[in-house]
Structures are given as C-alpha cells and as structure tokens.
Design a protein around this ligand. Structure first.
Ligand SMILES: C[S@@+](CC[C@H](N)C(=O)[O-])C[C@H]1O[C@@H](n2cnc3c(N)ncnc32)[C@H](O)[C@@H]1O
Length: 272
C-alpha cells in the first residue's frame, strides 16, 4: 500500500504559496511582531534611503513598512500569485520597489547591498543543503563589503520533534467578502529519520453556526538542520561571523529557552 508518506513529490520554489496567496493577507493582516525589528535593523545597517534586498518578499507584508521608512527595495519572490498581491499593495511605491519573479538561488543583480533580509522563515523553505548553500552564496555575492544578511527562522525542531498529534489554532480573521470568520489551524510532523518537517495548514471559513463552509489545505515543508550545520553552511558561503538572537525583542539566543514557537535570528556578516 502506498501511503504517500513521507511526501516525496518535487516542488518548485514558492509552489506551496500559490494557494496560500488567496488568504495570506487576510490571515496575517495584523501580524507584525517582526516589523519594528526589521525597520530598526534597516536604520542601523542600511544607508538612509539605501536599497535593501529582500528574499521571499511574499505579498509585501514587510516590504511596505520598509518602503514607508524611505528605503529602496529589491524584492525577490518565486511564487507568482504572492508577487501579484505584492505589486498591488506596493503600487504607490513603484519607483522605489522592484519586485522580481525569481528564486533566490538564481537572482542576479548588478547592485551590491549593505543589507539583505529573508524574513519570516523564508530560509526554512530551502529543502536541501545544496539549495541553502546556493542561496547563502548568492546573498554573500550580492552584499557590499561589510554588508549584513539578516534572517529569522522558527527552529521548532531544536526544541524537540513534533509527532503530529496536535492541531493548533494559530490565527483567526474576519473575511469581509464572505462575512465569515476564517481560522488557521496547523499540524506539524517532524518526519522520522529525515531532515524535514511537514506542516499542514487547515484554513477554514466558518458560517454563522460556526460550521465549516469551506476548507483550504496547504502543505508546507520545512528543512530542519542543526544550528551547527546551519553555521557551517553559512561559513562555507563566506559568512565567518554570525550573531544569534533569540527573538524580535533583541534578546540573545539561549538553547535552553527554546519552545516550538521560538524564533532564531541570524545576523551574518560579510567581511569588510
Ligand atoms: C512565510 S512566507 C514569508 C513572506 C513574507 N516575507 C512575509 O514576511 O510575510 C515565505 C516566502 O518565501 C518564499 N520562498 C520560498 N522559496 C523561496 C526561494 N527559493 N527564493 C525566494 N523566496 C522563496 C515563498 O514563496 C514565500 O512567499
């Protein structure tokens, strides 16, 4: 019997977000725990009005506050439907925002940046060491001397494997188009013997009786690697110095404090 487990079908970068684009902005409309962190990092690390490189810009959730803060930005995003939403959202900043439909592995720009960012777990979508290394190398090549690559990850697996037995309510929102409440529930399985987590996002529209009128299921795969492996790949790509933070409030990273919802922020330096 073929149980289709663990999932082995090949995905192209960003494919999992094609379906997500429909509901991403609705669910993450008021999500902003990381915004002040990235805007302050830009103020510290990029020249005023300078150009920032953003990998996995998605629908422009974080791109917008960076543009509002006066920066220029090149946003890279392989999922066409996410990018379409970003183009609409950022239309009034057209002159300062260049959105490019490409995978971060193959991007090629003539500019060299003081700051490159990959917000909200983008790097976890790189499923193999080879993909991760290719992106790290490419970012390194796009940084100016002394430039910084800043990204966050959600390394739940560092806090221990998830057996897939729980369904967690992650977000709810009111959909003004249908008048329904939309809820997002997530279920994570860290696949045994594989460096991979599989997350099922169940997105439900609830009618007035709180019954499910529609369900959208998105399956997203994340790569689990140890911190040592991650740092080794960064080093191989040329980032000899990496600072670790344990949250968007700037606290330092402590392995013992990790929970499944912890954030790990990596600030990677290119030599001056
Ligand atoms: C969790 S979403 C974050 C979107 C946005 N940065 C935000 O904070 O709302 C991760 C994004 O990374 C993109 N992504 C996945 N693989 C990528 C790759 N190889 N290169 C660039 N972006 C990628 C996905 O398509 C998705 O839009």
């Amino acid at each position: 019997m073929n149980l289709d487990w663990p999932p082995t079908d090949e995905l192209f970068p960003g494919e999992e977000y094609i379906k997500y684009a429909e509901v991403y902005d609705l669910l993450f409309k008021d999500f902003g725990v990381d915004i002040a962190f990235y805007v302050q990092a830009a103020a510290r690390l990029a020249a005023a009005g300078g150009t920032i490189l953003e990998l996995g810009a998605g629908t422009g959730r974080l791109t917008l506050p960076l543009l509002e803060a006066g920066y220029h930005l090149i946003g890279v995003e392989p999922s066409g439907s996410m990018l379409e939403r970003a183009r609409l959202r950022l239309a009034r900043y057209e002159e300062r925002a260049r959105l490019v439909h490409i995978d971060a592995q193959s991007m090629q720009f003539s500019e060299r940046f003081k700051l490159a960012i990959a917000p909200y777990g983008m790097v976890a979508h790189l499923h193999t060491d080879a993909e991760r290394l290719a992106v790290f190398r490419n970012v390194h090549a796009h940084l100016a001397p002394g430039g910084i690559f800043l990204f966050d990850d959600m390394p739940g697996w560092l806090a221990g494997p998830s057996d897939g037995s729980t369904l967690d309510l992650y977000r709810t929102a009111h959909d003004t188009v249908t008048g329904m409440t939309v809820r997002l529930m997530t279920n994570v399985i860290d696949v045994a013997d594989q460096p991979l987590s599989v997350r099922y996002d169940l997105i439900d529209w609830l009618n007035a009786d709180q019954r499910v009128a529609r369900r959208l299921v998105v399956r997203i795969r994340f790569r689990n690697i140890s911190l040592e492996q991650e740092l080794a790949l960064l080093k191989q790509a040329g980032f000899a110095r990496v600072d670790l933070l344990g949250g968007f409030d700037g606290r330092s990273f402590c392995h013992d404090d990790l929970t499944r919802n912890s954030r790990l922020i990596l600030q990677c330096h290119r030599d001056a």
